[in-house]
Design a protein around this ligand. Structure first.
Ligand SMILES: [Zn+2]
Length: 153
């Protein structure tokens, strides 16, 4: 099991390294960092400015996942979005170094279809479906049956 975790960290490391790029600038500007369930969560300092001004979302994002690193505007943003961001961590573990390019392609395809590159991104739609199923206490296999079928399209 430990070997599998290690391999997942290695497979996701290109994206996680991108997230770690933010660590020192954020800590030097008053931000904080801590590890929660194997994920480095960083908030405060420059993170707030970055998430408010440097994302495609109107009004900015509350949090962003880069591999095993999650950036949050503040601690309450991290607490509130943890379940959502952990699904992005799982997506990063699945797609490894291809996650960000695949996410970008999914956004571009949504844009080409005349849809919203964030709200209609396939990665996000699957995540929303999973969260809805969890909230309604349906077994995960219900989600996997449909998600795994559509994933091989
Ligand atoms: Zn998200």
């Amino acid at each position: 099991m430990a070997l599998k975790r290690l391999l997942l960290y290695l497979w996701s490391s290109p994206t996680s390294l991108l997230g770690l790029f933010f660590l020192h600038p954020i800590l030097l500007t008053g931000g904080r960092a801590r590890v929660v369930d194997g994920v480095l969560e960083i908030h405060g300092g420059l993170t707030r400015l970055f998430l408010e001004k440097c994302t495609l979302l109107p009004g900015g994002a509350s949090a962003m996942t880069l591999g095993h690193v999650v950036l949050g505007r503040d601690q309450s943003s991290l607490d509130r979005t943890r379940a959502h961001e952990r699904i992005h961590v799982s997506q990063c573990e699945k797609w490894g170094p291809f996650f960000l390019p695949a996410y970008g392609i999914a956004s571009a395809l949504a844009l080409l279809r005349g849809q919203d590159p964030y709200l209609d991104n396939r990665f996000r739609l699957k995540l929303v479906m999973l969260l809805l199923l969890v909230w309604h206490r349906r077994p995960a296999r219900d989600f996997c049956a449909s998600a795994c079928d559509s994933e091989s399209e």
